[in-house]
Write a protein that binds this ligand. Structure first.
Ligand SMILES: Nc1nc2c(ncn2[C@@H]2O[C@H](COP(=O)(O)OP(=O)(O)OP(=O)(O)O)[C@@H](O)[C@H]2O)c(=O)[nH]1
Length: 691
């Protein structure tokens, strides 16, 4: 077997957008036009082929990223459909990490929306080259110029039109291609429609010439020779112009903007042309970086079949075929049947079977090459973010960062049989989604699930209740994931002594307890020199400390950002034991934390409300009453955008309040921003509730 496409002919790209802008519809049309899907699945019928999870179809939203391979103009396209809801931001991050380019889809009636901004910033973080597709040009209120302005103002990015719309709303007919100066007109909006090339409509001629001049000026800025020629009156030819646009995209110097309506089948082929012409191939982006686990030195892996094999797992899903691990091959060639090293876990993993995923079928493959995105079947040890590599040339590719969950909920089942099923099911879900965690409350013994938001947990519960799990679960109300920390340094000297007839118990420990840097977590250091606390008792000490750190003294929440040093102690030849030291350490730390000015921390969300003018006063008043701090207020179109930091504790069921406050006309999004100390009065309430 050999490559079907040169690596230069690959386009690994994602589609990112605010919820409902039309990612799924656009992806469906792309698959249709590129010939892989024979029936267009409409999102509103719940038949979209990309949205293969039953739930996604019912809710009409895309939850998991599905990777799909298709072909256009002789190029091999690997598409990832990324979810738009902010609770699934982690999925968007994962996708961006492994893709080389992206199409950002806007709703032309809405312009840049809050989540567009979030995914755009994530794109900036991973330096993903992008083109923008203004979708829904057929919708009432669609406005291409407003979208361009929004990209400038709200994203602070530089948009350059590659096309102009011909007509808008129900009169939208097609586009003027500013590179070729042709009108491409769809004279039908039924599925599979092709465009006709027509003369540019007379009333748009002047506007098209101006827009083309702007495009050429933006393009020649990227090349001195082209600029000089242009100043002397020579426009770049079409091939040069295209290569300059490509250069602009690769360097994010500016962003080409296209338009169309995926739903009405207009502008999809021209979008595919732009993907092929302007988005990068794997060799156009910098080589991927990693660490050599033996030397701990940084190494680079070029996108080439000749380099040692390196693969990053970015998504795990459970399906009737078994566990599918979606992975990107960064370098080298992977052959079925090989045993690889999972360098992140230091474990071997055999690749027994691998498949290329298409929207509604999968194809068994024998080999995968640098640049490919494949699904590996039945891996046992590999988790999202792990590296698989050639055991003789180990590398650990850059790790992904996962946000901490901010919301939690208890789950219960009635029967013992279900309890066992629940444990296994939760373990499975947690291994697929690193932003979803499971723990057991040490005091009540309850199972607690943790995630990024109410919807995130709702969806997990739904999965548990459905086939194949079919578990009858009861859930508690969602709770904020508080944390505890300390504000000052203290010392604590504690002796545990007990004499009950026979053998007694004796242990003395002395600790320094001090605040650690934010995000540094909990660290323990044994600073004892000499044998005042023999080494065999140290595990007991750590066990005692850990139990307090996982359930703090204020209200039983995990304690973070604390450093503990063991500086002194004493033992008794006969009466000391690891257990005695565990008891002493637990009691010492409880006392120590209480002396060290303990504080309760809560997650604070960044909230953005988009509201018509007449409701702004009530929205702001309401946010203030939720302990919100208003950060800003500006205009988008004729709507006001209010941004605020609000504690998550006061945001439950906000959607209902906002709806009734604005007669359903205001909308909002929120995402975790940071942890902050809870005001005294609120801390007392929390303490009364939990302690
Ligand atoms: N008028 C019009 N409606 C569209 C167009 N594209 C998509 N829609 C509709 O907009 C709604 C949302 O489309 P989706 O494709 O599900 O959007 P999405 O961005 O994938 O949404 P999520 O997966 O939930 O984030 C659906 O009802 C589509 O039929 C378009 O070009 N014009």
């Amino acid at each position: 077997m050999a490559r079907t496409h040169k690596i230069e002919d690959y386009r690994n790209f994602g589609i990112m957008a605010h919820i409902d802008a039309g990612k799924t519809t656009t992806t469906e049309r792309i698959l249709y036009y590129s010939g892989k899907s024979h029936k267009i699945g409409e999102v509103h019928d719940g038949a979209a082929t990309m949205d293969y999870m039953e739930q996604e179809q019912e809710r009409g939203i895309t939850i998991t990223s599905a990777a799909t391979t298709t072909f256009w103009n002789g190029k091999r396209l690997n598409i990832i459909d990324t979810p738009g809801h902010v609770d699934f931001t982690i999925e968007v991050e994962r996708s961006l990490r492994v893709l080389d380019g992206a199409v950002c889809v806007l709703d032309s009636n809405q312009g840049v929306e809050p989540q567009t901004e979030t995914v755009w910033r994530q794109g900036d973080k991973y330096r993903v080259p992008r083109v923008v597709f203004c979708n829904k040009m057929d919708k009432t209120g669609a406005n291409f110029d407003m979208c361009l302005e929004d990209i400038k103002v709200r994203l602070g990015a530089r948009p350059v039109a590659l096309q102009l719309p011909i007509g808008a709303e129900s009169d939208f007919k097609g586009i003027i291609d500013l590179v070729t100066m042709e009108a491409k007109v769809w004279n039908s909006d039924v599925q599979g429609s092709m465009y006709d090339i027509e003369a540019i409509p007379a009333h748009l001629q002047e506007k098209a010439e101006e827009a083309r001049a702007a495009l050429i000026e933006a393009a020649v800025e990227l090349d001195d020779a082209a600029m000089e020629a242009y100043l002397e009156g020579n426009e770049p030819d079409q091939a040069t112009l295209k290569s300059l646009i490509r250069k602009a995209v690769l360097h994010s110097a500016w962003f080409p903007v296209l338009c169309g309506t995926a739903f009405k089948n207009k502008g999809v082929q021209t979008l595919l042309d732009a993907v092929v012409d302007y988005l990068p191939s794997p060799v156009d982006v910098p080589p991927t970086k990693g660490i050599d686990p033996k030397t701990e030195l940084e190494v680079e892996r070029k996108s080439s079949d000749e380099e040692p094999l390196s693969i990053l797992a970015f998504k795990i899903i459970e399906d009737p075929f078994g566990v599918l691990t979606f992975a990107r091959v960064y370098s080298g060639v992977l052959t079925k049947g090989t045993t690889l090293l999972n360098s992140t876990k230091e474990k071997r993993e055999r690749i027994g079977r691998m498949v290329a995923m298409h929207a509604n079928s999968r194809e068994d493959i024998e080999e995968a090459y640098a640049g490919d995105i494949v699904a590996l079947v039945g891996l046992k040890e590999t988790r999202t973010g792990d590296t698989l590599c050639d055991p003789a040339n180990p590398v650990i590719l850059e790790k992904m960062e996962f946000p901490e969950p901010v919301i939690e909920m208890s789950v219960e089942v009635a029967s013992k049989a279900d309890q066992e099923k629940l444990g296994l099911a939760l373990q499975k879900l947690a291994s697929e989604d690193p932003s979803f965690r499971v723990s057991t409350d040490s005091e009540s013994g309850q199972t607690i699930i943790k995630g990024m938001g109410e919807l995130h947990l709702d969806i997990k519960i739904d999965i548990l209740r459905r086939a194949p799990f079919n578990i009858n679960v009861n859930v508690g109300a969602p709770q904020v994931a508080y944390r505890e920390t300390i504000r000052k340094q203290t010392e604590i000297d504690y002796t545990h002594k007990k004499q009950t007839g026979g053998t007694g118990q004796f242990a003395r420990v002395k600790f320094v307890v001090e605040p650690n840097e934010i995000g540094a977590g909990y660290t323990f250091e044994n600073k004892i020199i000499g044998g005042v606390v023999p080494k065999e008792y140290i595990p007991g000490v750590e066990k005692g400390l850990n139990s307090v750190m996982s359930s703090g003294p204020i209200a039983g929440f995990p304690v973070v950002d604390v450093k503990i040093s063991l500086i002194d102690g004493a033992y008794h030849e006969v009466d000391s034991s690891a257990i005695a030291f565990e008891i002493a350490s637990r009691a010492a730390l409880r006392e120590g934390l209480m002396k060290a000015n303990p504080a309760l921390l809560e997650p604070v969300m960044k909230v953005e409300v988009v509201s018509p003018e007449e409701y702004v006063g009530s929205v702001i008043g309401d946010l203030n009453s939720r302990r919100g701090q208003i950060q800003g207020q500006d205009m988008r179109g004729n709507a006001n955008v209010i941004t605020a930091f609000v504690p998550l504790a006061n945001m439950f069921s906000y959607v209902n309040n906002l709806r009734s406050m604005s007669q359903g006309r205001a909308s909002y999004t929120m995402q975790f921003d940071h942890y902050e100390q809870v005001p005294q009065a609120v801390a007392q309430e929390v303490q009364a509730k939990y302690a």
